[in-house]
Ligand binder design. Structure first.
Ligand code: HEC
Ligand code: HEC
Ligand code: HEC
Ligand code: HEC
Ligand code: HEC
Length: 186
């Protein structure tokens, strides 16, 4: 108990410093403040041009058909290549680009190689973010990730994953979720 309190005091002192720092930079350069978040907004390239608008938009696939861990685990998860091949054994693509990208999916599958997707949304290791609690409370994916069903290749975060954003929603009377430091911090 004493150790936890001591840790809390250290974190408390640190957050005061961070808040002062962020406020200070925001006045002069909002982009510099943004880059203090774990997820930078610089575009990142994916090994295969997977497009959400075709799958979740045009073909109206449910998010959780692929991100099936979201309702029962901390991580939403990225589906294994087997999930893709369920369709792409027969769906070979109607355009040249689609065919070339889908061929890469099959290559990975045939070689028994996982697709090394580049991670976009990520909070620091000292922060706990359980997807299941949010899904169970009916917070829609779009609240935090934007209109994914209209997006092509996801290369950047829609939402800065800053502490103030988490806490202000937790404080919202509509949700009334807990805000003690230890709820989110290890
Ligand atoms: C056909 C399977 C499939 C469906 C359906 C699908 N996704 Fe994805 N999703 C993926 C794959 C594969 C990736 C990894 C490649 C990428 O980042 O685009 C991904 C990545 C993501 C990411 C970024 C992950 C990261 O690295 O931070 C988010 C957010 C996301 N999906 C949300 C959604 C939402 C919301 C829906 C429903 C509107 C949805 N997805 C529907 C397969 C799918
Ligand atoms: C439920 C069926 C289904 C699943 C599962 C599925 N896809 Fe698709 N995918 C499609 C369909 C349908 C198209 C559209 C093909 C076309 O007409 O060109 C498509 C298109 C694509 C394209 C080409 C996009 C373009 O137009 O450039 C890629 C790349 C792709 N899928 C990758 C994946 C990956 C990676 C996964 C697994 C994470 C996956 N798909 C899972 C049905 C599926
Ligand atoms: C309350 C905000 C919020 C909601 C709602 C939410 N996410 Fe996330 N998502 C995040 C955050 C924050 C991260 C980064 C988590 C981390 O680094 O541990 C993330 C990460 C992801 C990732 C990256 C890989 C992983 O396993 O974490 C995917 C994929 C994803 N979310 C998909 C979804 C889908 C699909 C839904 C809806 C079923 C959803 N998210 C709902 C905030 C949210
Ligand atoms: C749009 C609103 C919203 C946002 C944004 C949001 N949350 Fe939540 N959070 C909730 C709701 C609602 C719950 C469920 C509360 C419940 O079950 O009583 C929850 C629950 C949690 C829990 C479990 C709390 C417990 O009682 O054990 C953690 C941990 C958490 N959120 C962390 C985060 C983090 C970290 C972020 C930012 C990266 C975040 N949340 C962003 C609404 C949100
Ligand atoms: C609802 C979730 C949530 C709660 C409650 C919360 N934090 Fe945070 N905290 C976060 C997130 C998210 C970040 C940003 C992490 C990142 O940049 O990836 C953060 C960042 C921080 C940082 C900055 C460290 C860094 O990554 O630069 C400190 C210090 C901190 N929090 C302390 C606290 C203290 C002290 C409390 C209690 C008064 C608290 N937090 C309550 C979610 C939360």
């Amino acid at each position: 108990m004493r150790i936890r309190l001591a840790v809390g005091a250290v974190i408390g002192a640190a957050v005061l410093g961070t808040v002062a720092f962020v406020q200070g930079t925001q006045q002069t350069d909002p982009e510099a403040a943004e880059s203090t978040a774990a997820s930078s907004s610089s575009p990142r390239e994916q090994p295969i041009a997977f497009v959400h608008d075709v799958h979740a938009g045009q073909y109206a696939m449910d998010c959780q058909y692929c991100h099936f861990s979201a309702e029962r685990s901390v991580d939403a998860g990225i589906p294994p290549v087997e999930t893709c091949m369920g369709c792409h054994r027969v769906v070979l693509g109607s355009t040249e680009t689609a065919q070339a990208e889908i061929a890469k999916v099959a290559e990975h599958y045939n070689a028994g190689r996982a697709i090394e997707w580049v991670r976009i949304y990520k909070v620091s290791d000292h922060v706990r973010f359980p997807h299941l609690r949010h899904v169970q409370a009916d917070v829609d994916c779009t609240v935090c990730h934007g209109q994914v069903q209209e997006m092509g290749v996801i290369t950047e975060v829609e939402q800065d994953l800053a502490m103030g954003w988490c806490v202000s929603c937790h404080r919202d009377p509509q949700y009334n979720a807990r805000v003690e430091c230890s709820v989110c911090h290890y």
